[in-house]
Ligand binder design. Structure first.
Ligand code: HEM
Length: 436
């Protein structure tokens, strides 16, 4: 749908949770205006949850980087635009929290490169290709669990299951613990949102102490991973936990806290994003039946471009932050050491300087240089090869087994200024028997 220019430049406030609840065309119109008229707009920081404000002072504001070319420029110059003060929070978090919840995402090279190397092999395109068959099996059994019903909650019953089961499988988590991991990752993501006044009441009810619920869930995951790590130290296997336990970073093993924080990063980053892409992707296919027909006519041929378009369309991670390390210029403006910049990937993915008809969902779009996984640079999404396969496999199997599946009604969106998330989405299809 074409954007609507309803907001004047000075009415746009990206720190206001209400902005993120506006209809898509109004938000798209606001970002188009920012890209054209104020591509490095300044915003005050959002008010913090009182439980957090006691420990973390409100900062001096941030610049919103909204053009594709500027985000590319920032991402490929990490020595000028650092991640070490926090990539997933607007506030400068205490170092202990940053390390605990962010692991390598909140570090710069050389430490970042050392940490990333520990798991990069496990997530390389070649390794992920090897586990494609396992992903096919998991996807098949997820569809088996719903196929006779004719309807389900696509988010909870389908889209959330595959990334969760795949990442738990890769880490060696037992199926009896999947639900604990899923609930904890929801609360952790949401507490991060709640900290900036935009938490979703479904996961962090009003009156909840955000910091406490965050720490309680993190403790749960830490206990789970510590037990797993202990076991893998004694009985190594071909899983990611074994790689973490046996890692050698600068001559040293990872501490139990570092292993736990790696685990938290991988489950949080891996669960939320792919689930939201699949859910908003199904919704897009329902709204654009001619695109769905194109994909259905050639599931394998169109699959790769369709998956990229879904990631562009959904932009599940709305922004990542960097902090300026020295005086520099961006988009023709001066920036000083300590200035914060937020990279708005959703805006870059609609930049008309890069994409023809950016507001059309086109499963054959090519080239498609979207920034949904971030732009080229040291932090480019580690899980991109995995996410691409998960999404591709799931839709291929859905098209084969439930070819008339459609979303019903509007997605029940997550209240967040950081993640473009969906909590629930009804779907309907002709009931089909369980496979073989
Ligand atoms: C459609 C799904 C996904 C999207 C849209 C997505 C998006 C992103 C984005 C935007 C970044 C930050 C890039 C930057 O700061 O330059 C990122 C980083 C990361 N992603 Fe993903 N992601 C997805 C799936 C996954 C999966 C399945 C995993 C599985 C483990 C994963 C793991 C990570 C990790 C570990 C990082 C941090 C990398 C680093 O700091 O070096 N992501 N992702």
């Amino acid at each position: 749908m074409e954007p609507r220019d309803l907001l004047a430049l000075d009415e746009i406030n990206l720190s206001d949770p209400a902005f993120w609840e506006l209809p898509n065309p109004v938000r798209d119109g606001a970002f188009r205006r920012l890209r054209r008229e104020r591509p490095l707009a300044f915003f005050e920081e959002p008010d913090l949850d009182p439980a957090i404000a006691m420990f973390i002072p409100k900062g001096n504001g941030y610049r919103a980087v909204t053009r594709h070319a500027d985000i590319v420029e920032v991402s490929r110059n990490p020595e000028i635009y650092s991640s070490a003060k926090g990539a997933t929070s607007i506030q400068d978090m205490p170092v202990e929290l940053l390390e605990y919840f962010g692991s390598m995402v909140n570090t710069d090279d050389p430490r970042h490169a050392l940490l990333r190397r520990v798991v990069s092999q496990a997530f390389s395109p070649r390794t992920i290709k090897r586990i494609e068959e396992r992903i096919e099996t998991l996807a098949g059994s997820i569809i088996d669990r719903v196929c006779e019903r004719g309807e389900c909650d696509f988010v909870l019953d389908v889209a959330a299951r595959l990334p969760l089961e795949v990442i738990c499988d890769l880490m060696g988590v037992s199926p009896s613990d999947y639900q604990t991991v899923f609930d904890a990752s929801n609360v952790i993501v949401n507490s991060t949102n709640a900290a900036v006044g935009a938490g979703d009441p479904e996961y962090t009810p009003e009156g909840t102490d955000v910091l406490t619920s965050l720490l309680v869930k993190a403790e749960e995951l830490t206990a789970l991973v510590s037990e797993l790590a202990e076991y893998r130290r004694a009985t190594p296997a071909d899983d990611v936990t074994s790689s973490l336990v046996n890692a050698n970073v600068d001559g040293e093993a990872l501490t139990p806290a570092e292993i736990a924080s790696f685990f938290i990063l991988l489950v949080v980053a891996g669960n939320d994003t792919a689930r939201n892409t699949m859910s908003l992707g199904l919704h897009a296919l329902t709204e654009y039946p001619e695109q769905r027909a194109r994909w259905l006519a050639d599931p394998r041929g169109v699959g790769p471009t369709a998956v990229e378009e879904m990631v562009r369309w959904c932009s599940p991670v709305v922004w990542m932050r960097r902090t300026v390390t020295r005086t520099t210029q961006l988009a023709g403006e001066g920036l000083e050491e300590g200035d914060k910049v937020l990279l708005y990937y959703n805006s870059a993915n609609r930049d008309e300087d890069v994409f023809g008809d950016p507001y059309d969902f086109d499963v054959r779009r090519s080239p498609n240089p979207h920034l949904g996984f971030g732009a080229a640079g040291p932090h480019f999404c580690l899980g991109a090869p995995l996410a691409r396969i998960e999404i591709g496999v799931m839709f291929r199997q859905l098209f084969e087994r439930l070819p008339d599946i459609v979303s019903v009604g509007e997605p029940d969106r997550l209240r967040s200024t950081f993640i473009n998330g969906v909590k629930h989405l009804s779907c309907a299809f002709t009931p089909t028997p369980v496979s073989g």
